[in-house]
Design a protein around this ligand. Sequence first.
Ligand code: DX5
Ligand code: ZN
Length: 245
Amino acid sequence: MTREIFIAPSILAADFARLGEEIAAIDAAGADWIHCDVMDGHFVPNISFGAELIKAIRPLTKKTFDIHLMIAPVDPYLEAFAEAGADVITIHSEAGPHLDRSLQAIRTLGKKAGVSLCPATPESVIEYVLDRIDLVLVMTVNPGFGGQSFLESQLEKIRRIRTMIGDRPIRLEVDGGVTRDNAAAVAAAGADTLVAGSAVFRGGNSADYAGNIAAIRIAAEGGRVPKIQDNSAQAVRVGETARLR
Ligand code: DX5
Ligand code: ZN
């Protein structure tokens, strides 16, 4: 199933002193989702913001709020994030002992449930929860900070998860170091939802954001188009094989 590409700017890279204006700017610039990175200084070595901030910015846009929880434990806080206005709540497979239970809790709260995998975590952890999730988030950096470099090693994981998902209505999101330069490879591997912090807020001026988002989207959409050159090369190979027979 080919799904429309979604671009989800991470507000971690926004100017926090002007957060309301920054959210209005990415909304107007064509963001599909608003990605909110919640960090606790325990599961990851950085502290960002919590449910109260999300509640405060929720009325500023109608876009889907994509909440990425990098916190442990996670269960005691799910209700607060649901009430703050989350649409999708994504938790880390590494953050607690009972992934299946935590995912059920998110859906019971009436929210879409996502599971995120750190770079060293194999895709097999989602095998038995595939029917409980609406989204898989593949981390392409070690979580905790924006502005890190994309880990190429994760492209193979993205490809494998795309195959595991099959026809299920599950979004495959990629987060960390995504830029206009690697968006095509990410989409070619099977991702349909691209988080980008630094690459969207690059320039620090709201006038830049629409161009930044469009550049990532166009590159990602281009990555999905079957390559004519590859097809013709394959046709040549098939022809050669036929002649050899
Ligand atoms: C990292 C966060 C990411 C981060 C992305 O822990 O989950 O969402 O903000 O930022 P960039 O796009 O700058 O890597
Ligand atoms: Zn994130």
